[in-house]
Ligand binder design. Structure first.
Ligand code: HEC
Length: 118
């Protein structure tokens, strides 16, 4: 039963760490990373084949081929990749999904404000 006991200790220490965010200082460091360039690359790799003025879905109101268009659609882009999906905003890319890290990048960008400077 010795090994079982050490597992309890590891869980307890981990729990304490997470609870305290393993934080030595008291003030959280502000997130100064700019996510927009990464978001733009994700959109151009995964969405522009359809969502651009020359894409296969021309005529759709949602073209993401300029910085301002991506920023203006920040919230529906996030919903499209991360959910919750609705009748109006379907899961994107169609019949597929982005990697978890790409989804996190988009969610973090939107939570910072979803602008081209965020
Ligand atoms: C294979 C083509 C294709 C790709 C790739 C694609 N989409 Fe779409 N997207 C569509 C189509 C078609 C619709 C309309 C779906 C419907 O209404 O049934 C749509 C709808 C949407 C909508 C809902 C708003 C609207 O105009 O209906 C959003 C937001 C969206 N897509 C975002 C994205 C994002 C973000 C990506 C990349 C991560 C992406 N899409 C990739 C084809 C695509």
């Amino acid at each position: 039963m010795k090994s079982n006991r050490s597992i309890y200790w590891i869980v307890a220490i981990l729990g304490w760490c997470i609870g305290n965010s393993c934080n030595k200082g008291s003030s959280p460091t502000p997130n100064t990373t700019t996510y927009f360039p990464k978001v733009k690359a994700i959109v151009s790799d995964n969405c522009l084949s359809c969502h651009s003025s020359t894409g296969s879905w021309t005529g759709r109101p949602t073209a993401f081929d300029s910085d301002s268009a991506i920023a203006a659609n920040a919230n529906i882009i996030k919903t499209a990749v991360a959910g919750p999906w609705t009748f109006f905003v379907k899961q994107m890319p169609q019949r597929s999904t982005l990697s978890a890290s790409d989804i996190t990048t988009i969610e973090t960008w939107v939570s910072k404000g979803g602008k081209t400077t965020d």
